[in-house]
Design a protein around this ligand. Sequence first.
Ligand code: SF4
Length: 443
Amino acid sequence: MIKKIFIKSYGCQMNVYDSQRMFDIMKPEGYHPTNMIEDANLVVLNTCHIREKASEKVYSEIGRINKIKNKKKSLKKEYLLVIAGCVAQAEGEAMKIRAPSIDAIVGPQSFHKLPEILKNIKKRNQTIVKTEFLANKKFDELIYNNNSNSSAFVTIQEGCDKFCTFCVVPYTRGSEYSRPINEILKEVKNYTGSGVKEVVLLGQNVNAYHGNDIDKNERSFSYLINKISEIEKIKRIRYMTSHPLDMHEDLINDHKYNPKLMPFVHMPIQSGSDKILKSMNRKYNVNEYVEIIDKLINARNDIAISSDFIVGFPGETDDDFKKTVELVKKIEFAISYSFSYSSRPGTPASKLSNQIERTVKKERLKILQSVLNKQQKKYNKNFIGKSLDVLIEKKGRHKNQYVGRSIYNQSVFMNSENNIKGDIIKARIDNVTTFALSGNIIN
Ligand code: SF4
């Protein structure tokens, strides 16, 4: 009998990558992917703990799944439910008590044990909780297939030792771990076999990478980028997310000298107020951040800079918020992501007494997003009439429409009667919106 697996992935690209690995490790067990949750024999919710009320949302999803599960049970059909990802790690045993219908709770550092866990579920007939931190073993045991033919995510580093006071990552993904260089190169080379031309190197703190080379010596992120560049079939390298503290000179220089390294850097600052940055334990101040941006622009003057912002962090005054808006106007980000602060249980910031009223946070977020959106549209407008190299990622929703990515990480729409998926083409941009560009192929 063919068994089917349905995975719903929440949150960041690292979860998307992990979900793909879960499909890959379940394939030899006879599980084929399905997009229909009702058709599955195994449902995995690969959860994220970043957004507000993340665990509540997972519990309400479990409630919906339970209805399908009960129906399947009455028909004597197998229907297993696994909760993976950061909510699973954070909630652990508590989740088993609150939602006993879950068959297994698996953290982000132990999901490679899924085949073994499934066998045990059937034997033991009780919820299995597996939340150990096994990052080094995990990467050895995973399987790396690829479904795309242009761009592939590659997790090179996981976890974090920085302990920003608002963040759960050090508790859910564990301490910083960098994969060995040869393992990463092997994975990248494997993807080129299916036509991949671009790799997006992922890590919670990707530029803190310090993995071992075959001589057992630690190497920097810059070294890794240059090793990947030697792979002829790889034409583009991207990375995210960077921490300002780990943005060293060698990496900045790579943006000047390495043509395969795309001119786009996502480096969150979070706030424009030094007081708030200190309270967030970000370990840099606004001037230091601006200095790094200046160095990046000096290295490559067309570089696109992207950031994240949290508004309404505990203790943020009107003046602190004003400083954030001023910083945004000064730097002119190509794109940015902004969120209202919401407390995460167990984090130091959740214990601060000076929490900000929800209405104030909402109002500040609205103001900031309006500035950021205008800035992004203005940035995109600069490209009208210009030509850009675009890597075509997929077909669009309309007939003959294709969607690709510019070197500056913008989505670009265009039409072609030929199949151009996976090609790098030149497009002249004739229209823009806040979030995308469109144009015509000129070669
Ligand atoms: S550096 Fe990033 S991942 Fe690490 S604690 Fe801070 S916000 Fe979280």
